[in-house]
Write a protein that binds this ligand. Structure first.
Ligand code: ATP
Length: 300
């Protein structure tokens, strides 16, 4: 499978703070990738670097082999929806469509019109008078009409109610199915992401903690439970992500390397949400001692 977005040693420093550091990623073409992490993790920083809105302090980023310095050739491939989906509030929807047409050489007017028609959003309505959900839909329709090859979305679901979230994701998935888009979207709403994404990137403290295909991540992570004991024997072979002890019982969330041979553990599957929360509950990778770092490698 070819790579849509690749970052190599990508980093961004603001003064003394590294917002993103040593970021190595290879997002496969055609996938819908989720970017998750706590507030301040570096998600927006990564997305801004990826679309060329910000310049890296270290390393570089390519999209289908091109860098932001390739100018129009790069920009025409990339669609970006910022966190506050900026639209001109005093414009009507039709005027926004006309502006998009004038600014983008590959503009697909019928695609934008048919998507908005399907949502029954009136073209003569002023953008500022639309609901938050409708504004998100308009912003997505405008971004899709650019006919990008990759779409980067910064927390597009944050301000939407559950119904609007579902409609937004449906529109996105239709575009993915029809146009073969690659998508990278940041969000805190993991249950929604689980339904639509097939690739996951977990960021924390400006570092990638885990990246890989969701099926493979789910397959490799297990919960082990059994009579109370130390986790050292398991940790010698597998990567122990989370440890919980009660008086009688020990429960481990583990990234399994190879086979689990010890029959004294009960082995259970674990939800994606629990995997994400376990990684986010850990100290960021740059705070870990070298000897415990091996569990944060990329899963590819
Ligand atoms: P959130 O989920 O809250 O949107 P995020 O994961 O998108 O957070 P970023 O916005 O990328 O996080 O910020 C990462 C870090 O970089 C934060 O500590 C933030 O304060 C800092 N930062 C981001 N932009 C700037 C800037 N322009 N100048 C200084 N510091 C910045």
């Amino acid at each position: 499978m070819s790579t849509a977005l690749e970052t190599t040693s990508l980093g961004k420093r603001y003064g003394r703070l590294w917002a993103l550091r040593d970021c190595f990623l290879q997002v496969p073409a055609g996938c819908v990738a989720a970017l998750v992490g706590p507030n301040g993790a570096g998600k927006t920083t990564l997305l801004h670097l990826a679309v060329g809105l910000s310049r890296p302090t270290t390393g570089h980023v390519t999209v289908f082999g091109r860098t932001p310095r390739d100018g129009t050739a790069f920009l025409s491939m990339v669609g970006f929806l910022a966190q506050d989906h900026p639209l001109y509030r005093t414009f009507t929807v039709a005027e926004m469509l006309e502006m998009g047409h004038k600014l983008n050489p590959r503009w697909d007017a019928s695609l934008a019109a048919s998507r908005l028609q399907a949502l029954t959003i009136p073209l003569e309505q002023k953008v500022g008078k639309l609901s938050g959900g409708q504004q998100s839909q308009v912003a997505l329709a405008l971004t899709l009409a650019k006919r990008p090859q990759i779409l980067l979305l910064d927390e597009p679901l944050a301000s939407l109610d559950p119904l609007a979230r579902r409609e937004f994701l449906q529109m996105l998935m239709t575009a993915v199915a029809e146009d073969g888009l690659t998508v990278l979207l940041s969000s805190h709403i993991i249950t929604d992401l689980e339904r639509v994404c097939d690739y996951l990137v977990i960021l924390s403290g400006g570092r990638v903690q885990l990246a890989g295909e969701i099926d493979e991540i789910s397959r490799r992570h297990k919960v082990l439970s059994g009579p109370r004991r130390d986790e050292e024997a398991v940790a010698a072979v597998h990567n122990v992500i989370e440890v919980n002890h009660t008086v009688r019982q020990t429960t481990l969330l583990v990234k399994v390397n190879g086979q689990l041979f010890d029959p004294s553990w009960d082995v259970h599957d674990v939800s994606l949400e629990d995997i994400v929360l376990a990684y986010l509950g850990q100290p960021p990778i740059n705070d870990l001692a070298a000897g415990t770092r091996n569990h944060v490698e990329a899963l590819v």
